[in-house]
Design a protein around this ligand. Structure first.
Ligand SMILES: [Zn+2]
Length: 476
């Protein structure tokens, strides 16, 4: 069985370049939109009518709900793929409450975008991602995407909310440090809470953690309120934080808190982690739960942080079978990543029937990232996100890793455009950070020459093992 024989169908064609074919344009909302497709290179957005993953919609879309409905109707044909044992088309789903547009104003169909200046300023100051939040927001703004979304300001998570997952003494310690100017006095305790090495402590960390967590909680609340079917917080996605320790640049686990928030309304929540690192903090939090399924695709290699997330780590107790890990090696490319991940997700959707989804879009698997691991482009991320969106479930989109700031901004801007149903022009518009996008000053990210060390035989083995486990799953 050739698992990547895609010759007879088009649904996962990740290597198609962004094209400049004529497209119909959005006819309301933004002055930055323009009827002429040949103006794309001068910063004009066009309505996305055919994505690079070929998740198609053949008419101009006026709002997100219509767009995902179109995608749902079109479906993604996998009938001829050898990768899967059943031959059912991917269907929109099931049971979840989707805002139909009744009883809400026109804006409720736009994606929610969590933003305010303080959120960006606080994220900008974090040592591993200096100015990244500004670059991401500025590029999204420069592409004229802000007017296509509902901009919702974040709020601060309260201590009690953070203690919904974290230990009281850990949150208390972060708060204590926020009131100190001499952090060195607390070195010993800081070590105990993981606040060292890649999680340096300073008196800003508590405010940063409370605000980024509150931002993700606010996004989840917007979904609960039916304000939109998609909410985005690019300043969230800190998947390594544990109950009582910081880990891997992550202080407070906004993802776990958001999933708990969504669980107030939705019985089954799916978490998808596309970051190059294993989503260990989220997995640990829910490994014994049958109500939250976690799917993490990541590099799994000796010495690579955090070291967990092996193929056979599948959850414990009631949660057995509800943890899915896709462990990969260096050099992973779009054309293997997309079919593997999407087909696993398809099976997950079939057996778990989630009612809401949280997707962490950590961009450190991109080509050119200092993590120097995978060889992905924006296309891999957008195909996976579009695949999830076609389920028309309430979906929370989060950031995460991504240490090549310009490429991270490119990727998340591209994703934002896709979520808005738009095709962003290739040329980076002139804006404050324009010079960071040289030498090509273009939005698409090209794969590098890195050798792919993932054999197709091994990827097939991983896939078969995951499907075998999922076939045993009985959803409670
Ligand atoms: Zn990462």
């Amino acid at each position: 069985m050739d698992v990547f024989d895609l010759s007879s169908q088009e649904e996962f064609s990740p290597m198609k370049p962004l094209t400049k074919r004529p497209r119909k344009c959005f006819n309301q909302a933004s002055d930055t939109l323009n009827q002429s497709s040949d103006k794309q290179s001068s910063g004009t957005l066009t309505v996305e009518t055919s994505s690079s993953c070929d998740v198609k919609s053949d008419k101009p879309e006026v709002n997100l709900t219509e767009r995902v409905d179109d995608i749902k109707r079109t479906s993604v044909s996998t009938e001829d793929a050898n990768f899967v044992t059943d031959k059912t088309n991917i269907q929109g789903t099931n049971g979840a409450e989707v805002n139909s547009g009744d009883n809400c104003d026109r804006d409720c169909r736009k994606p929610v975008y969590i933003y305010d200046q303080e959120l960006v300023r606080r994220c900008d100051a974090m040592p591993k991602i200096i100015n990244r939040a500004s670059m991401v927001h500025s590029l999204i703004e420069a592409y004229g995407l802000i007017s296509l979304m509902q901009v919702v300001p974040p709020r601060r998570a309260s201590d009690e909310e953070m203690m919904g997952f974290h230990a009281k003494d850990y949150i208390d310690f972060l708060a204590l440090l926020s009131r100190q100017t001499d952090e060195e006095k607390f070195d010993e305790e800081s070590d105990q809470y993981g606040l060292t090495y890649d999680c340096p402590i300073n008196h800003h960390v508590y405010a940063y953690a409370a605000l980024t967590s509150g931002a993700s909680l606010r996004a989840a609340e917007c979904l609960l309120e039916g304000r939109s079917i998609v909410a985005i917080n690019w300043c969230g996605g800190w998947h390594h934080a544990k109950r009582d320790t910081a880990s891997g640049f992550c202080y407070v686990n906004d993802i776990v808190l958001s999933i708990l928030k969504l669980r107030e309304k939705y019985d089954r929540v799916l978490y998808v982690d596309l970051d190059v690192h294993h989503g260990d903090g989220v997995e640990d939090a829910f490994c014994a739960s049958s109500k939250v399924m976690t799917v993490s695709v990541h590099k799994h290699s000796p010495g690579f942080f955090p070291g967990s997330g092996g193929l056979n780590d599948g959850g414990v107790g009631k949660g057995r079978g509800h943890t899915v890990n896709i462990p990969l090696q260096d050099g992973m490319r779009d054309k293997e990543f997309v079919p593997l991940v999407c087909r696993v997700l398809r099976k997950v959707q079939e057996v778990f029937r989630p009612q809401a989804v949280v997707c962490q879009c950590g961009a450190d698997g991109l080509s050119g990232d200092p993590m120097d691991s995978f060889n992905l482009t924006h296309t891999a991320y957008s195909c996976c996100v579009q695949f999830i969106l076609q389920w028309t479930l309430p979906t929370l989109i989060l950031g995460g890793g991504g240490y090549h700031s310009a490429n991270t901004a490119r990727c998340w801007t591209y994703l934002t455009a896709v979520i808005c149903g738009r095709k962003p022009p290739t040329d980076i518009p002139d804006h404050k950070f324009f010079m960071a996008y040289g030498p090509d000053y273009e939005l698409p990210i090209s794969p590098g020459n890195r050798r792919n060390t993932n054999s197709r035989e091994n990827l097939q083995r991983i896939y078969n093992s995951i499907i075998e486990s999922l076939n045993k799953l009985t959803v409670s």
